[in-house]
Design a protein around this ligand. Structure first.
Ligand SMILES: [Zn+2]
Ligand SMILES: [Zn+2]
Length: 374
């Protein structure tokens, strides 16, 4: 942090100034290395809280922000700027840190140096989704690290203390960071899959999100987990850390044949697809049991040809699942405190290694989750 002008109170210099500079790793131009910049930040007022970022998770959606868009149908490119994203942008929506300074309305609720996890899926507060507590699905989202500056920075200003969840000392701060997106997305997807203890659920993609979904589905629902991926190292982690009962390498064997064999030719009761590419979903559609739920989570993108008559006759349900709610994040923190889910952090980076972190994730070289420690 750079001090703009001298301050009389040395020990708490932030308190006496309303604007200060925060070092951040920012996407200035898409596909180019992130730049370390000093970003003007305001001192918190009202219910706002200034968080000192200790850990900021590196997420696949940060890659889409970096690339400037998503792959849409028929090779079309869906631009992030068309969705309201503005550059330069400080990415980072998985933020865990300590309370540094608070607005007057937050006094008594949080104290300095208290460890917190930030709920990043902030809405404008007035739309029908916000009004029922689904701010993650707001019509005019203000998500941190997507629409406003996020956690690839030394400090981040949070609009209200209501978006903070205390984590205490029971959870490692790097592991806690991953709860607000990867674990929350995994939890939301598991809930949407509506699993019963006797169900066979196929989890497609055994990266950070997939592993977390396996842990949650196993513990919370008791369903039988079949992990599918193209990497043997990831499938090994699925068995050891995710608690998968069976694994299928869809590069080495025919995924449809493998799932039908593992389910006595009945097919999967549910599929949670964390890749969500044309290739994976086309194969998912071929091993669904009647009444199956296909939950699409990944942001790889592409298109799908549907046999329309099969939808009613086989009573399939196609469900899109996007992150989760603030109350689900509170539940997750509680599950993590009790050791029921164990987020796996495998790679740690400094702020000036943000580009390296994104490249490594893009190349599929991060098993578990990467975090930036500013
Ligand atoms: Zn994310
Ligand atoms: Zn809203």
């Amino acid at each position: 942090m750079q001090i703009n002008f001298p301050c009389l109170i040395k020990s708490s210099y932030i308190l006496c100034r309303s604007i200060f500079d925060v070092k951040a790793a920012r996407i200035v131009k898409v596909n180019e290395p992130l730049e370390i910049q000093d970003v003007e930040t305001l001192k918190p007022k009202g219910s706002q809280v200034l968080i000192k970022v200790e850990s900021s998770g590196v997420c696949h959606s940060d890659i889409h922000l970096w690339e400037g868009g998503y792959k849409g149908p028929e090779g079309q490119f869906l631009k992030t700027t068309d969705r309201g994203v503005k550059y330069p942008l400080t990415p980072g929506h998985e933020i865990a840190g300590t309370v540094d300074n608070i607005g007057e309305e937050a006094e008594g609720r949080f104290s300095k140096n208290e460890k917190v996890l930030v709920f990043p899926w902030i809405g404008e507060g007035l739309c029908p989704a916000c009004r029922i507590g689904e701010e993650n699905l707001c019509d005019k989202p203000r998500s941190l690290g997507v629409y406003v500056n996020g956690g690839y920075a030394e400090y981040v200003l949070i609009p209200s203390y209501k978006y903070l969840v205390k984590i205490g000392d029971d959870i490692d701060i790097d592991a806690a960071a991953t709860l607000s997106c990867s674990a929350l997305t995994a939890y939301g997807a598991v809930k949407n899959a509506n699993l019963n203890p006797d169900d066979n659920v196929v989890v497609v993609g055994a990266g950070g999100l997939g592993l977390m979904a396996m842990q949650l589905a196993k513990t919370v629902t008791g369903a039988r987990i079949i992990a599918m991926d193209i990497g043997d190292d990831k499938l090994k982690a699925a068995k050891e850390d995710g608690g998968a009962d069976d694994v299928v390498n869809s590069k080495k064997e025919d995924p449809v044949k493998a799932i039908m064999e593992l389910t006595s030719n009945l097919g999967a009761d549910a599929v949670i697809d964390f890749v969500n590419a044309s290739k994976t979903v086309e194969s998912d559609m071929q091993f669904l049991r009647r009444r199956a739920r296909l939950v699409l989570v990944g942001l790889f993108g592409g298109e799908l040809k549907l046999s329309l008559v099969s939808m009613p006759t086989r009573a399939y349900r196609l469900i899109g699942s996007y992150t989760g709610t603030l109350s689900e994040m509170v539940e997750l923190v509680s599950l993590a405190k009790r050791g029921i889910i164990k987020p796996i952090v495998s790679d740690r980076f400094k702020l000036d290694q943000a580009t390296e972190a994104l490249s490594k994730l893009k190349d599929g070289k991060i098993i578990g989750r990467g975090v930036i420690n500013p």
